[in-house]
Design a binder for this molecule. Structure first.
Ligand SMILES: *Cc1c(COP(=O)(O)O)cnc(C)c1O
Length: 404
């Protein structure tokens, strides 16, 4: 490592809260699927900032929209209208088929906003007695880092020593429709779930699960809240992951790629009933729906469609998955994925996934371990066949190495 690398890393360690353990690379520039470190080494980004940079790093059209808007108007607060919010609403509604939109900033804020909204809907529309609303969630969920959300996490690292937590959540196993049926009672207002559990290691539920979930929610007047913050906007090869199951959520959460990685933008999408319960003064955000965010999100959605990124994710995802399945390595326990949301799970005795990620870094690929034994692979949706093959070659040599 050169002096400059040591300096950045040491300075972060000295002043920063140590709530992350980054891989030892200091990035200085990005373009499309590629990023460069401070020494000029190039890497294929196979994390895409947890799917926030789906459109590729520094997409020129999103950049232009951001710069243009930043010259005109950045923030008004919602105390006044601005000339971008209506257009953002119209375009996100047209893209997703939703009727109402609540703009927020981070993904966690969208989740919190959905929780507040479905509770309010439960009291005011469904008729649940005040203070009794229940929301069902899944084991091994990841919905963000705020206090409300970590309170219903099942990961000891995530929730340990952060309590006391808010009541009103019931945890069931993921992918188990019978457990959902069992857990629903007259006070259940919502089932909050990821279509594919991302942080848990790209866990795909059994086929037909969401069809059953949809039926159970409809039959019991329970709002189905799909957290598509990671799976949404093309990542799995469809605009929304719900489309793989042919269902429609009552409430859909978007974030991450909604801004193409330029700026935190998230949104709660729903029918009129749920978001319609929010009246002036009952919820808000200083930055939510600001004109800069809206202009960025509009461009981010536009390029996703105009440049065929969703179809490309489906096509390249298939190529990547079948290439991964062809790798014969003792270290591999399972390969799974949908679209460009992929994971290689290693046998525990093969060593920590982190070691493989570090070995991949040396070969020009940045990937991220999750939960000790899984390597997550999620490149930008603009990746080409040649780039997929390039990555597969390096993954094959790395995974056949003995790093235990
Ligand atoms: C990343 C993520 C979140 C949280 O988003 P932040 O912007 O980090 O708050 C919530 N849900 C899912 C499924 C995510 O992947």
């Amino acid at each position: 490592m050169s002096a400059s690398v040591i300096d950045f890393v040491a300075t972060e360690a000295r002043f920063g809260a140590h709530n992350y353990e980054p891989i030892g690379v200091v990035l200085a520039r990005g373009e499309g699927v590629w990023v460069w470190d401070t020494e000029g080494n190039r890497y294929l980004d196979c994390l895409s900032a947890y799917s926030a940079v789906s459109q590729g790093h520094c997409h020129p059209k999103i950049l232009a929209a951001m710069v243009e808007q930043a010259h005109r108007l950045t923030l008004t607060s919602r105390a006044f209208h601005n000339d971008q919010l209506a257009l953002f609403y119209e375009e996100v509604a047209a893209l997703t088929g939703s009727h109402k939109v609540l703009p927020m900033n981070s993904g966690a804020e969208a989740v919190e906003s959905a929780i507040k909204s479905v509770r309010k809907w439960g009291y005011e529309v469904k008729g649940v007695p005040d203070g009794q609303a229940e929301i069902i969630v899944c084991a091994n969920n990841f919905h963000g880092r705020t206090l409300g959300i970590v309170g219903f996490s099942t990961d000891p690292e995530t929730r340990g020593h952060f309590g006391p937590f808010a009541p009103g959540f019931k945890v069931i196993p993921f992918g188990d429709a019978a457990a959902l049926k069992e857990a629903i009672n007259p006070n259940t207002v919502a089932f909050l779930v990821e279509p594919i559990q991302g942080e848990a290691g790209v866990v795909i539920p059994p086929a037909g699960y969401f069809t059953e979930v949809r039926e159970l929610c409809t039959a019991n007047n329970v709002m189905l809240v799909l957290d598509e913050i990671q799976t949404g906007l093309g990542r799995t090869g469809k605009l929304l992951a719900e489309q793989h199951e042919g269902i429609e959520a009552d409430v859909t959460l978007l974030g991450k790629a909604l801004s193409g990685g330029f700026y935190p933008v998230s949104a709660v999408l729903s029918n009129n009933e749920v978001l319609g319960t929010l009246r002036p003064g009952q919820h808000g955000s200083t930055f939510g729906g600001n004109p800069l965010a809206c202009a960025v999100a509009r461009a981010a959605m536009r390029v996703l469609v105009e440049e065929g990124m969703i179809d490309n994710a489906a096509r390249q995802g298939e190529r990547f998955l079948s290439g991964l399945k062809d790798i014969r390595a003792n270290a591999i326990r399972e390969v799974r994925g949908r679209g460009l949301m992929l994971a290689v799970e290693l046998h525990p005795e093969a060593g920590r996934a982190r070691r493989y990620c570090e070995a991949l870094q040396a070969k020009g690929i940045l990937a991220k371990d999750t939960h000790e034994h899984t390597i997550r692979i999620a490149p930008p949706l603009v990746i080409t066949s040649d780039q997929v093959d390039w990555a597969l070659e390096r993954l094959a040599t790395t995974l056949t190495q003995d790093l235990s």
